[in-house]
Ligand binder design. Structure first.
Ligand SMILES: *[C@@H]1O[C@H](CO)[C@@H](O)[C@H](O)[C@H]1NC(C)=O
Ligand SMILES: *[C@@H]1O[C@H](CO)[C@@H](O)[C@H](O)[C@H]1NC(C)=O
Ligand SMILES: *[C@@H]1O[C@H](CO)[C@@H](O)[C@H](O)[C@H]1NC(C)=O
Ligand SMILES: *[C@@H]1O[C@H](CO)[C@@H](O)[C@H](O)[C@H]1NC(C)=O
Ligand SMILES: *[C@@H]1O[C@H](CO)[C@@H](O)[C@H](O)[C@H]1NC(C)=O
Ligand SMILES: *[C@@H]1O[C@H](CO)[C@@H](O)[C@H](O)[C@H]1NC(C)=O
Length: 399
């Protein structure tokens, strides 16, 4: 459904001429390496002919690469009995992997994974064994875990128009909002429900996106928009956004009850979900200020030497190879949220960045089974559900 990449590629074809490019693609198609990169038989020249120039040069077709990565995510990590991926890894990772499947279907019109998505939702909406007091429907022991699944329900509603999914995200919003307090830090939501001590970026970003998304899908709503705007205004003034326009992990509180930036790491997903939230707020209000502020954050990521190395999005933990199972998924979340911002900007300023990242991951970080490792610049060593879902999040952002 996104036309910006196709349009820019069409422009390149017009400028550089199509014939020479087809010859270029054919030349590469003869090489066994390129055949492996293409994930195609080298003799499948007809299919190569139809590719765009950027794709032909790097061998990447985002729609085929997304599908291949989803299939191997399915094959290597999905547990049908459990209705989620890798049951020994964190539950929220499956919520993001589900979001990836839904983004693929939403953006391509495919319904290939709808049956699987319904099965996952049936299983996971049961009361959680480790938090039965939430009484199911994704009401978890942390507000961010609930937020990931609630946003997947928003997309499930977009795809199916079935009210039952929007109803679940309405329950989830109420649950998350019950952990909002004005007494500490002048507002904001606690992340850990048992502790109720820490107000962090991700829980509040997910909440803003959820509340604004509900407004955009419930005709006549005023309640969710007001809550989203309150959460946004609080967040922007909370101190979590540092002088580089990058968002640290959360807030610390002094003995006088004053909250301030805790200077914990600048994770990529914290730069990402706020972009998607800003887009929903912009759609709700047509107030350009949301996209202006979002661009400052996105541009800060692109120009940060720590987060973007040789044009490739990099998690702070990659340098020492210490990314844990949670951290391995963060970049894909940034990518699909950046694509949401890109889609409302007439100059599509992030298409080139997303394309470069996808091409790099596809050619440098992928094995012969279409599995991906954590560093998109490579090399591939092994994969996990988090690493794979992160790559899928990147690839679907080009669709
Ligand atoms: C990418 O692959 C899909 C599915 O095989 C195909 O329909 C589409 O034309 C390809 N895109 C380009 C730009 O060649
Ligand atoms: C994985 O996806 C494919 C659709 O391409 C589907 O046929 C298969 O059943 C899925 N696997 C599981 C375990 O659901
Ligand atoms: C799949 O999930 C079921 C139910 O949670 C569990 O008993 C089984 O061990 C899991 N299989 C694998 C391969 O992890
Ligand atoms: C959704 O919730 C509304 C309000 O509670 C209810 O009337 C409606 O029947 C629900 N729809 C579905 C499909 O669950
Ligand atoms: C647009 O949003 C910004 C940020 O929330 C706010 O300060 C400004 O007043 C809004 N402008 C209008 C016209 O509502
Ligand atoms: C994956 O590769 C990393 C780096 O070589 C290694 O530390 C880790 O143990 C590997 N994981 C598995 C499951 O093999």
């Amino acid at each position: 459904m996104r036309t910006s990449l196709a349009a820019s590629v069409g422009g390149l074809l017009a400028i550089w001429g199509f014939q020479g490019l087809v010859a270029h693609a054919h030349a590469h198609a003869q090489s066994p390496l390129q055949a492996r990169l293409d994930g195609h038989d080298a003799s499948d020249a007809a299919s190569l002919c139809s590719r765009d120039f950027l794709g032909a040069r790097a061998g990447l077709n985002a729609s085929e690469a997304s599908k291949a990565a989803i299939e191997s995510m399915n094959k290597s990590f999905y547990n049908k009995t459990a209705g989620r991926w890798t049951v020994t890894d964190a539950w929220w990772l499956s919520g993001v992997a589900l979001q990836d499947l839904l983004e693929y279907m939403y953006r391509t019109g495919s319904r290939d994974y709808l049956h699987q998505a319904k099965h996952i939702i049936e299983k996971q909406k049961e009361p959680l064994p480790w938090w039965p007091e939430g009484d199911g429907y994704f009401r978890a022991d942390s507000t961010d875990d609930t937020g990931w699944w609630a946003l997947a329900m928003i997309r499930m509603f977009d795809i199916t128009k079935d009210q039952q999914y929007l109803n679940i995200s309405i329950l989830d919003e109420a649950y998350m909002y019950s952990y909002w307090t004005n007494t500490n830090c002048g507002g904001g939501m606690y992340v850990d429900i048992r502790a109720e001590t820490y107000k962090n970026a991700i829980a509040n970003e997910l909440y803003m996106k959820l509340a604004a998304s509900l407004h955009n899908r419930i005709p006549g709503d005023t309640e969710y928009l007001a809550k989203a705007e309150t959460a946004y205004n609080w967040f922007m003034a909370s101190g979590m956004i540092n002088g580089d326009n990058l968002i640290n992990d959360g807030l610390a509180e002094n003995s006088a009850g004053v909250c301030y930036n805790n200077a914990l790491p600048i994770w990529t997903y914290n730069q990402g979900v706020v972009l998607g939230a800003s887009v929903e707020l912009y759609i709700a209000t047509q107030n350009q200020s949301y996209v202006v502020e979002a661009r400052k954050i996105a541009d800060a990521v692109l120009s940060s030497g720590a987060m973007t190395q040789d044009g490739v999005l990099t998690e702070p933990c990659e340098a020492a190879d210490t990314c844990n199972n949670d951290q391995q998924i963060f970049k894909g979340i940034f990518a699909y949220n950046l694509a949401e911002l890109n889609s409302v900007l007439s100059d599509s300023p992030y298409t080139a960045y997303l394309t470069q990242n996808a091409q790099t991951a596809w050619s440098s970080d992928r094995n012969s089974k279409d599995l991906y490792d954590v560093s998109w610049a490579g090399p591939f060593r092994n994969s996990t559900i988090a690493k794979q879902a992160s790559a899928v999040g990147l690839l679907v952002s080009l669709l």
